[in-house]
Design a binder for this molecule. Sequence first.
Ligand SMILES: Nc1ncnc2c1ncn2[C@@H]1O[C@H](COP(=O)(O)OP(=O)(O)OP(=O)(O)O)[C@@H](O)[C@H]1O
Ligand SMILES: [Mg+2]
Length: 374
Amino acid sequence: MQDDRFERLAAHRRVIVCAGAGGVGKTTIAAALSLSAARRGRRVLCLTIDPARRLADSLGLSLRPGVEAEVSPELLAGFGGAPAGSLSVAMLDPKQTFDDLVTRNASSAAVAQRILQNQFYRHVSTQLAGTQSYMAMEKVLGLLKSSRYDLIVLDTPPTSEALDFLDAPERLVETLDSPAMRWLVQALEPSGGLSMRLLARGVAALLRTMGRLTGRGFLEDMAAFVGELNELFGGFKQRASEVSRAFRAPEFAYLLVAAPSAAAVEEARFFAERLRKLGMSADALVLNRVHPEQNDAPARGELAGLVAARGLTIDATHLLAAQADEAARARTEAPELAKARHLFPAERLWLVPVMAGDVRGLADLAKVSRALLG
Ligand SMILES: Nc1ncnc2c1ncn2[C@@H]1O[C@H](COP(=O)(O)OP(=O)(O)OP(=O)(O)O)[C@@H](O)[C@H]1O
Ligand SMILES: [Mg+2]
């Protein structure tokens, strides 16, 4: 099993995190890995953040936020799904996840209701940067507890900054537990006795970072929410660091997905470095949509012959132009591949070629997973 990429990645893992910038193929790679896991007899859930509707449609699933949908066992069996394996897909519902967390942890139904109806809570649970990533992490931890799945493949939100995902809980806490916020909570306590004029001056900076929301009711809601949240989680800060710590456990694998472009490879390098500083490591760098070198491209005459032999009415000139374009892309990518090879040892650098069209349905996913896992 030593040379089996999948086993090396997943043997002792319960979660595989697919991280990377926007549009590089995280959802596709997460789905392809999930299919591989189901084919090997694992009960797997692919948790995605974006709607990925076309992919879901092509798997015969209608995805609704927060609802787990299973690919039909018959369909899966047709693609080599092991009898014990199953493939489910769910789309994260950050607000629902946050609501569940509040309901589960509140000391009473009344406290839960108060928080859920708080307008600042509604802002935090839907708008605040990092909430989506943080809730994805909470959702994964909740699913792990349920033991319904052997493996969870998490397709993370696109990160504009390489470190965004791992730092999401801390960043959220930094916002909610900033000195300005603590001051605000104190000031708004009934005995605080500060005038709104003073208060407004003190929180002006904070409000600028929170958006365009103002007004006394909102400020009071904010203070009430922070106070109650702290009580809920025995300190929100502690909760966030617990979640972060859980994601640093050895049963979590990290796959960095990147395009074979200079910026993407650089970002992957940052992420890998960040993981290393946390005492973790990136299990593999997946370079997706690589244009293969065109060493054995047919010449014009040969191509015209092939087209004619298949009874096609395509102009060979167009085919040659497309081929030249592919070759040019392969040449542009070559230095980036070389850089990636320098950064990652061969067994941890996985190349997935660009497919002929969009990746849809199990047949396409199977092709991607073959390329991915060898
Ligand atoms: N190897 C590939 N060959 C061809 N098309 C691909 C490949 N990988 C992904 N795609 C296509 O590229 C598009 C983007 O892929 P995907 O949705 O997986 O990216 P993403 O990183 O999840 O994007 P986002 O950050 O927006 O969520 C999709 O249409 C997908 O079908
Ligand atoms: Mg996606």
